[in-house]
Design a protein around this ligand. Structure first.
Ligand SMILES: Nc1nc2c(ncn2[C@@H]2O[C@H](COP(=O)(O)OP(=O)(O)OP(=O)(O)O)[C@@H](O)[C@H]2O)c(=O)[nH]1
Ligand SMILES: [Mg+2]
Length: 243
């Protein structure tokens, strides 16, 4: 995890970062990680309370860069935007490209730039939730920084975590990055329209996701063709706020 070694503050480093931290005293990395996650969890609980007070739901959408997170959220905002009040918090290292895409789909969005950071934390989300002035009974999507590693560790106070996994990433991701799949409530396999053109075994993907996280719900869809989208919309409509 980058914050356990201070990668998030790279500009202040006066040494090459390609090392394994053996020079740190025993236990120091673990202690820092514990402190960061402990503080994060406290703020995540505040976020949870903030949302609960408004009977509002929040989904943390995670996955590799380019897996199709924004495309899925754009489509959801366009197709269900009249039915539900949505908000989107976008996390990227730089730019406001994703927030602009969401705004074009008619939904209020805030862009967070993490610069050298590789994930959103609960404090960033806390500020964004307040800035959005979310309405009662609304649904806020948080699109996390594209990354299959660090976002798995950071509770943002969300009700559910959704991992978006595209067929172009190859079959090995659930077994190589199990924490992300294990921490998610729903796995969305995207870009299924591309299956004829890539080496991707859908059966194997389902089996590996379930091996990593038995009982997880898996939805397969293509935003491009529209196939499978209704299952995602149904999952959203049936979302209940209790844990
Ligand atoms: N063929 C196909 N392409 C898709 C689909 N969904 C997304 N894409 C394309 O995949 C690319 C990446 O999509 P994004 O939605 O920007 O991916 P992202 O996960 O938000 O990426 P980051 O924000 O950088 O992590 C874009 O060129 C999309 O048009 C799909 O269902 N089928
Ligand atoms: Mg995106």
């Amino acid at each position: 995890m980058c914050d356990s070694c201070g990668c998030g503050e790279m500009p202040d480093h006066d040494h090459d970062h390609g090392h394994d931290h053996e020079h740190l005293p025993d236990g120091r990395i673990i202690k820092v990680q514990k402190d960061i996650l402990g503080e994060n969890n406290l703020i995540a609980e505040r976020n949870r309370g903030f949302l609960e007070a408004r009977h509002a739901a929040c989904l943390n959408v995670v996955g590799s860069p380019g897996s199709g997170k924004t495309t899925l959220l754009e489509k959801t905002c366009r197709d269900l935007g009249k039915e539900h009040t949505f908000y989107v918090i976008e996390g990227d290292q730089q730019s406001s490209l994703d927030a602009e895409r969401i705004r074009s789909a008619g939904v209020k969005a805030i862009q967070i730039n993490t610069e050298y950071g590789c994930h959103l934390d609960a404090g960033m989300v806390n500020k964004a939730l307040k800035e959005l002035e979310i309405q009662d009974q609304s649904l806020t999507f948080i699109e996390n920084v594209g990354n299959l590693v660090c976002p798995a560790l950071f509770n943002l106070g969300e009700n559910r975590r959704v991992v978006v996994y595209s067929v172009t990433e190859g079959n090995d991701k659930p077994l190589k990055y199990p924490y992300m799949f294990r921490s998610a409530h729903l796995a969305v396999i995207t870009k299924t329209d591309l299956i004829p053109y890539v080496d991707f075994d859908l059966e194997q993907a389902r089996a590996d996701i379930r091996k990593t996280h038995p009982g997880i719900t898996v939805i397969e869809l293509s935003v491009k063709s529209g196939e499978g989208l209704e299952a995602w919309f149904t999952w959203l409509r049936e979302l209940r706020l209790e844990p």
